[in-house]
Design a protein around this ligand. Structure first.
Ligand SMILES: Cc1ncc(C[n+]2csc(CCOP(=O)(O)OP(=O)(O)O)c2C)c(N)n1
Ligand code: SF4
Ligand SMILES: [Mg+2]
Length: 277
């Protein structure tokens, strides 16, 4: 049987590795396509990118599939590795792609400090609200009341509002979209790549196997319906009361500003020192 390959897949992925490691219906494919569409839309050469990921299902998006330099690092550490790569190779586009557990639990400090330092990175944080790969444990992003394998009576703790947190930490660009909004997500990734500064795109994504099943929301279709019905645009949300926003997913841009960027500051210092000033 002949399978027609998607042009983005042909152009940007390695043909000799297995096509996917994800479960059927997982949102990871949608996020991956949003990333590749952004790169394609900007007409950038994927060879000018370094992709850095941690550990988890989402961390498999670039590595080993993208036909580019990829660094598959330890759990929680991709932002630290990426900071080193960017400072050493400032001419490269450095993109981190990893999960909510990786980037906000064990790697939470790296994330907020990279945002504070305003390192010129694009971080695509796949937020499926759970530790998908390790069996569906509660994450710092699991919404209150949601049942998981480690919260059978419903998650008790408040969850991180990742986009608000990274925006408050000082990032230059922050946006949140769900897999129900693939075009907006891709446009946000595009803006993040173009932004000179720390950019975070929170990609709310379905994990039907762990999150959907334990929470009883259902499979991929039901989860996408859930995202559609519960998403509220940020401009509308700003006029709503906290009680009205309970259980809602606020989507849109949280930050888009021009701030001093770390790599450029280092470059300036080096050139000043070379000139003896
Ligand atoms: C130091 C360390 N602690 C724990 C783990 C086990 N571990 C691997 S992935 C993961 C969580 C993954 O969750 P997330 O980042 O949200 O990715 P997802 O699978 O949901 O995409 C954990 C706890 C590990 N590999 N290394
Ligand atoms: S466990 Fe969840 S996040 Fe991981 S591949 Fe399967 S559906 Fe996707
Ligand atoms: Mg996760």
């Amino acid at each position: 049987m002949t399978v027609n390959a998607h042009p983005l897949r042909e152009k940007y992925t390695r043909s000799h590795v297995a096509r996917t490691t994800t479960c059927p219906g997982c949102g990871i494919g949608t996020v991956s396509q949003a990333i590749l569409r952004a790169i394609d839309g900007l007409q950038l050469d994927i060879d000018d990118f370094v992709f850095v990921s941690g550990i988890g299902c989402s961390a498999w998006i670039p590595s080993p599939f993208y036909n580019a330099d990829t660094l598959h690092t330890t759990h929680g550490r991709p932002v630290a590795f990426a900071t080193g790569v960017k400072l050493g190779l400032p001419h490269k586009h450095v993109m981190v792609v990893s999960g909510d557990g990786d980037l906000t639990a064990i790697g939470g400090n790296h994330l907020i400090h990279a945002a504070r330092r305003n390192v010129n990175l694009t971080v695509v944080l796949v937020n499926n609200g759970i530790y998908g790969m390790t069996g569906g444990q509660t994450a710092p992003t699991t919404p209150p009341g949601i049942k998981t394998i480690t919260s059978p009576y419903g998650a008790m703790e408040p969850h991180f509002d990742v986009s608000a947190m990274v925006s408050a930490a000082g990032a230059s660009y922050v946006a949140r979209w769900t897999t129900h909004h693939p075009r907006q997500m891709s446009r946000a990734i595009r803006k993040g790549i173009e932004k000179e500064g720390f950019a975070l795109i929170e990609a709310v994504s379905q994990c039907p196997v762990q999150f959907g099943r334990a929470s009883k929301i259902g499979g991929a279709v039901e989860m996408l319906k859930y995202f559609k019905e519960n998403s509220v645009r940020r401009d509308k949300a700003l006029g709503m009361e906290p009680e009205q926003l309970a259980g809602k997913i606020v989507v849109g841009e949280f930050a888009d500003r021009r701030l001093a960027e770390l790599t450029a500051q280092w470059a300036r210092l080096r050139s000043d020192m070379a000139e003896g000033s």
